[in-house]
Design a protein. Structure first.
Lengths: 336, 374
């Protein structure tokens, strides 16, 4: 009788649930290659062991809750996962047959407590809901089957994030402006009048205007100067039909796009662009004015260049008295 | 004769009833009823050790008072044995101690279990010497370390009786004044919950927290060499991870086919350098972001916002300076080193283009990754 009681007691003990307490893996995190919903990306789990033990497998369980029942977050796919990196304890291979619960396995071998481990699983599909919190439960096992003999565990909370789409349009661009003064760009250009003062056969009168151009036209731009020479009623100061030096006592009106010494007027082009003066208007101290002439060009897309147009006026002693005016109109044509 | 016998029995029964009636609660024979009675306990749990604060007002004016007896009983009725074996089972003054006596004259002390009860179910508070009370004072007696009845949700009673002597014997029980107070032990309600590992993170284009943040697209408009284009998105994060979180920004710079708008700032991971300018400049192709409140004239003034919320996270490195921008994929834009409540970050995006920037629809997808370390 006593023997039977003893046997029953042993049997009862065998049927009693075994309580297993696992220690926490810490510190721990999971770094993802992308947080976008539904994105196929990599998961790198970093964690340190809490317990010295023989470890045969490590399971990574994707759950919609940190504790209790583990439901697979919608959209998660781990059956195509691959083990792409391992450190701290190596020799593992991946078993990905159960969706949402891949584990790495090897012949059990010792891992000391507080050993930092890192494993990267590639080709895992994120949950398909944006801004969704989900969890990866990490458990080490003495067994190689991802189930037997849990040792340490830890849960990492994660979240998908809605990717932010940035959009903007760069349109066809031609920024061109003309004035008599400019700061850094066309937002600061101003002025529209150049007063040469009183003409004199013994003095050259000069003045400047400025213009800036930039374009993303693939064939660049061309700037032409347009208008009449200085006129007062029927009297005119002849425009220079060819590049000519400034000469006192000779009625002449011309311009160029350079820094000049005779007279001291003007400036060479500035700016980061590739625009430049044309040959007819690109020689210092040589002036010309033919309406419709191209004064500056760029052959390709270019950032801004600032051009200074230098005007010179000389008159002969016989130049008829009067108020002489001319309107210079610059036209910039971009070829896209 | 038979009728006489019946009448005699009726008279005798009436005498018995008359004699018994004062022993119902508060109506003891020649005994006044204590008024304004209550007992306040520091715990109502079964078997708990609690302090009992007993309040009552004497009924018999000017009574000579030498002692007060307190009993824990199954019944409040003075004619019923106190017992302590049913609903009050387990209750005990055995370990009780004197707390205080206020409202009554004289110097008081306690004498646990000395009279009127067995097994420690009574305690007597006594004066150093008996003396008359003035009128009918209100008294407060504190009895420390009383053991409650064992059972939960069990009704029991504290009986209070006063005596002219210090031994709680004169006049005979229930003494000069008497009163009872009904009490109950109660079941303890255990409230529990689990706070799991938590990371709440969301990204969108508008909203204030993860319950209302929505949107996916930021339209930066039509770019121009003489103006600055800007836009914002928002993100919120909180965690109970002991080592906090880091948020990285990931993606390409703005691209249209093979054309790109160059990123601002030194192009190495998490650099705060500005080898490539961090400052907005119209007419220069540049793309960058930060998490600050900015004010740039060419962008039309103020845009963006500083971090808000009750959390402790902050912007990081080159993303945390007003009017300074950078972009390098993988950079940390915000972080916190410990547990934190929610913070709302506003990501400000800035675009300038040179005049030569190729025409086209430029786009980029910014993916923010929040990694918590538990």
């Amino acid at each position: 009788m006593r023997r039977w009681i003893a046997r029953l007691a042993i049997l009862a003990m065998g049927l009693m649930p075994v309580t297993v307490s696992a220690a926490g893996l810490a510190p721990r995190n999971v770094v993802v290659g992308s947080s976008g919903q539904g994105v196929v990306t990599s998961y790198t789990a970093n964690f340190s062991t809490a317990t010295t033990n023989n470890i045969g497998s490590i399971k990574f369980e994707f759950c919609d809750a940190a504790t209790n029942t583990c439901n697979l977050p919608a959209g998660v796919v781990t059956t195509s996962a691959v083990l792409t990196a391992q450190s701290g304890a190596t020799g593992f291979s991946l078993v990905n047959t159960t969706n949402g619960a891949p584990y790495i396995t090897r012949v059990a071998a010792n891992i000391n407590a507080t050993t930092p481990l890192s494993y990267t699983l590639g080709t895992i599909t994120n949950p398909n809901t944006p801004n969704q919190t989900y969890y990866v439960r990490i458990t080490t096992y003495t067994g190689s089957d991802g189930a037997t003999g849990p040792v340490d565990n830890g849960t990492v909370a994660m979240s998908t994030a809605e990717p932010v789409q940035l959009t903007g349009v760069t349109p066809e661009i031609l920024v061109f402006c003309v004035g008599t003064s400019i700061g850094s760009d066309c937002t600061s250009i101003a002025g529209n009048t150049i007063d040469f003062g009183d003409f004199s056969p013994t003095a050259t009168r000069s003045g400047t205007s400025v213009m800036q151009a930039q374009t993303n036209a693939s064939n660049g731009y061309a700037i032409t100067v347009n208008g009449t020479t200085l006129s007062s009623g029927i009297n005119t100061i002849p425009g220079l039909g060819v590049q000519t030096a400034s000469t006192l006592g000779v009625s002449q009106f011309g311009l160029n796009i350079r820094a000049n010494a005779t007279p001291a007027v003007g400036a060479d082009p500035t700016g980061a662009g590739s625009g430049t003066f044309t040959g007819n208007y690109g020689a210092p101290n040589q002036y010309r004015f033919v309406s419709g002439d191209s004064v500056a060009t760029a052959a390709v897309p270019t950032n801004a260049n600032t051009f200074t147009s230098s005007y010179v006026v000389n008159i002969g002693g016989a130049q008829a008295a009067g108020v002489y005016t001319a309107t210079m109109t610059y036209i910039c044509t971009a070829s896209f | 004769m038979k009728i006489k016998n019946i009448l005699r029995k009726i008279v005798l029964l009436g005498l018995v009833v008359a004699a018994a009636s004062p022993f119902v609660p508060g109506r003891a024979l020649a005994t006044g009823q204590l008024t304004s009675r209550k007992v306040t306990v520091t715990s109502s749990a079964g078997a708990a050790t609690a302090n009992y604060t007993v309040n009552f007002t004497l009924n018999t004016s000017g009574q000579t008072l030498g002692s007060i007896k307190f009993e824990i009983c199954d019944s409040p009725i003075v004619t019923v044995a106190c017992a302590g074996t049913a609903t009050s089972a387990g209750a005990s003054f055995g370990s009780a101690t004197f707390g205080s006596v206020t409202g009554l004259s004289g110097s008081w002390s306690a004498n646990a279990g000395s009279a009127g009860g067995a097994g420690g179910t009574s305690i007597v508070f006594k004066k150093a010497s008996a003396g008359a009370e003035a009128g009918t004072p209100a008294a407060t007696v504190v009895i420390n370390a009383v053991t409650n009845p064992t059972a939960a949700n069990s009704e029991y009673y504290v009986r209070i009786s006063t005596y002219t002597d210090t031994g709680a014997s004169a006049p005979a029980y229930p003494g000069t004044d008497f009163g009872a107070v009904a009490m109950d032990t109660t079941a303890q309600i255990v409230v529990s919950g689990t706070m799991p590992e938590s990371l709440v993170f969301c990204v969108g284009t508008s909203g204030t927290d993860c319950t209302n943040i929505t949107g996916t697209t930021v339209d930066l408009g039509t770019f121009s060499p003489v103006a600055t284009n800007k836009g914002t998105s928002v993100m919120s994060a909180s965690t109970n991870a002991g080592s906090g979180y880091v948020i990285t920004i990931n993606g390409t710079t703005m691209t249209s086919g093979s054309n790109t708008i160059p990123a601002m700032g030194t192009q190495t991971l998490n650099s705060s350098g500005c080898a490539v300018s961090c400052t907005s400049a119209t007419g220069v192709s540049q793309y960058g972001s930060n998490v600050r409140a900015n004010n740039i004239v060419s962008a039309g003034g103020a845009f963006g916002a500083d971090v808000s919320g009750t959390g402790t996270a902050t912007g990081s490195g080159g993303y945390n300076t007003t009017n300074s921008f950078r972009y390098f994929s993988g950079d940390t834009v915000a972080a916190v080193g410990g547990v934190t409540n929610a913070n709302l970050f506003t990501n400000s995006y800035l675009v300038n283009v040179a005049g030569s920037q190729a025409a086209g629809l430029y786009s980029s997808t910014m993916t923010y990754i929040c990694t918590a370390t538990f």
